[in-house]
Design a protein around this ligand. Structure first.
Ligand SMILES: *[C@@H]1O[C@H](CO)[C@@H](O)[C@H](O)[C@H]1NC(C)=O
Ligand SMILES: *[C@@H]1O[C@H](CO)[C@@H](O)[C@H](O)[C@H]1NC(C)=O
Ligand SMILES: *[C@@H]1O[C@H](CO)[C@@H](O)[C@H](O)[C@H]1NC(C)=O
Ligand SMILES: *[C@@H]1O[C@H](CO)[C@@H](O)[C@H](O)[C@H]1NC(C)=O
Ligand SMILES: *[C@@H]1O[C@H](CO)[C@@H](O)[C@H](O)[C@H]1NC(C)=O
Ligand SMILES: *[C@@H]1O[C@H](CO)[C@@H](O)[C@H](O)[C@H]1NC(C)=O
Ligand SMILES: *[C@@H]1O[C@H](CO)[C@@H](O)[C@H](O)[C@H]1NC(C)=O
Length: 469
């Protein structure tokens, strides 16, 4: 049964390849990130995890709380023969409270969002009664509701939404927008007010991306008072992404849950798990996903540190606490996991091609429109780690990491005097190193870039069929 399922999956993949796409996996570089010996037995954190501020001299270093992005200070202007024609950015949202699913266990550290709740209301075309007041959400629990304590979250009593962008995350979003503006406003001729004929902002159905948009736009287009942002349906949005692709899902399962290449690291980390479970009171096994990857512990511990909160202790024994060394091991493991998911597993490139191919079809069309004299100059996508990761996987970045808060990929389209077009792709503000024959994505002829996308995806119809839809 299992064998025939695998055969079915590989026939699907062969069909994709036969239809014009030929995905080739180029393994990533070896580093401490994907070296399991170092991850389990090494020391230190793989970057900054306790503040949004990166010391100036270290800017560009991995900072989980606020990843490096394009800034005037580090920006490399290409030689004068090139003019910048179009820029598209995809970024992860900024720092936030944890997701409710990552807060199953009980401990003493609380989150307060007094006066910081997300603003939610409807607006008419020319001003309605709802324009006169700002409606802010404040979470609460009522002891009369007996379901309150049955759903798990050890978060009873907070007035925060889980998740919501925190005030610190909003400040980071604003600064991110202002930094982008400082680099691109003059180069692209961006106005001080958002203008939907030349600019576009796109979000996902998860409201935290709109929370970021509000603060980001204030930095990016400072005189803007209102704007509409683009949003695809939550049944097939390509940005989050949520479109159905059963082939991608079974492929992912085949190299994670079903593969010793994946499960071995969970087994090897048993002593760490035992300690974390003792502090949190999480059972092993559990049904909440605490032991199928380090995602939940990573999110739980890093969100605390990024907001200046201490590491947790057991509610039953205040001397039993998660140590910084243990947190650092969780952070090394989390980065190892993302490198495995999106780069180290041989099938991971095929996974990114299927799971995120639609975004690249859309990007290619945006670039073609700009080359065709289209008016849109600047397109900004606000998304998730689950979006930025397959972008990095698709482009086969040389050294994969878990994309932290605000992490950013910039696609720049240039034209030279001969009217030839070129791509530069920035990661953390600098040209991205890949393991592909394109090498560093720095003035790659646009046709080479398009050929690469075609080799990964084929046409939209081919992708749909390769996905098994
Ligand atoms: C880590 O070190 C321990 C003992 O120090 C050893 O038993 C184990 O094999 C090492 N793990 C890896 C992945 O090298
Ligand atoms: C992995 O890390 C260990 C421990 O630091 C080191 O001894 C080993 O050389 C590394 N392996 C590679 C391939 O770099
Ligand atoms: C963050 O951690 C580093 C070392 O990991 C430490 O040197 C620094 O003081 C810490 N900063 C804050 C704000 O806690
Ligand atoms: C902002 O609101 C005004 C008046 O309601 C409207 O004319 C304009 O198109 C809006 N701008 C955007 C970018 O949505
Ligand atoms: C497991 O790793 C080996 C060695 O890297 C590789 O050949 C094999 O394809 C991997 N299996 C899966 C399911 O990823
Ligand atoms: C604390 O102790 C109680 C009673 O033994 C137990 O039910 C609970 O799971 C413990 N909580 C943690 C976080 O260990
Ligand atoms: C971790 O989980 C505990 C228990 O649910 C919660 O109180 C705490 O705030 C969480 N912290 C983070 C940062 O997720």
């Amino acid at each position: 049964m299992a064998a025939s399922l695998v055969l079915f999956a590989s026939l699907q993949l062969a069909a994709l390849a036969g239809a014009g796409a030929t995905v080739v996996h180029y393994p990533p570089s070896a580093s401490n990130i994907n070296n399991l010996t170092f991850v389990l037995n090494g020391t230190g954190a793989p970057g900054i995890f306790n503040s949004s501020v990166t010391p100036e001299k270290d800017y560009g270093e991995y900072n989980w709380c606020n990843m490096p992005h394009v800034r005037v200070q580090e920006y490399k202007t290409p030689s004068k023969e090139y003019t910048l024609e179009y820029v598209e950015i995809i970024q992860r949202h900024h720092k936030r409270t944890p997701y409710a699913s990552n807060t199953f266990f009980k401990e003493d550290i609380t989150w307060n969002c007094d006066g910081e709740g997300p603003v939610v209301y409807g607006k008419g075309p020319s001003g309605t009664s709802s324009d006169v007041s700002v409606i802010q959400w404040s979470a609460y629990t009522d002891s009369q509701n007996p379901w309150t304590n049955t759903v798990g979250p050890g978060f009873v009593g907070t007035n925060c939404q889980l998740p919501q962008i925190t005030s610190g995350g909003l400040e980071d979003s604003h600064e991110h927008g202002a930094d982008i503006r400082a680099v691109y406003a003059e180069r692209l001729g961006l106005g001080e007010t958002y203008d939907e004929t030349t600019n576009q902002i796109r979000v996902t159905n998860n409201v935290i991306t709109s929370q970021v948009a509000g603060a980001l736009v204030k930095g990016l287009f400072p005189l803007t008072t209102n704007l509409s942002v683009l949003l695809q349906s939550d049944t097939y949005d390509s940005l989050e992404p949520v479109y159905s692709c059963p082939t991608a899902n079974s492929l992912f399962t085949s190299y994670t849950t079903d593969s010793a290449n994946w499960t071995d690291h969970l087994t090897a980390a048993a002593p760490l798990y035992a300690k974390l479970d003792a502090v949190s009171g999480t059972s092993n096994p559990d049904s909440g996903g605490w032991h199928t990857s380090f995602d939940h512990y990573y999110d739980n511990l890093s969100a605390k540190l990024c907001h200046g909160k201490p590491l947790p202790c057991s509610v039953n024994d205040t001397s039993l606490c998660v140590t910084m060394d243990e947190a650092n091991e969780v952070f090394r493991l989390g980065n190892w996991e993302y490198s495995y998911y999106y780069r180290d597993a041989p099938a991971s490139t095929q996974y990114s091609a299927l799971h995120y191919g639609v975004f690249f079809l859309e990007l290619k069309a945006h670039l073609e429109a700009a080359m065709d004299g289209g008016k849109i100059k600047y397109f900004h996508n606000i998304a998730h780690d689950g979006s930025v990761s397959p972008v990095l996987g698709f482009l086969q970045i040389a050294t994969m990491v878990w994309p932290g808060m605000g992490s950013e990929v910039v696609f720049e389209l240039y034209k030279n005097a001969e009217k030839s077009y070129f791509m530069r792709v920035l990661w953390g503000g600098q040209p991205m190193d890949t393991s592909t024959p394109m090498g560093t994505l720095d003035m790659v002829p646009v046709q080479t870039f398009f050929d690469y996308i075609d080799s990964m995806v084929g046409s939209g119809a081919e992708l749909l069929s390769a996905c098994g839809v």
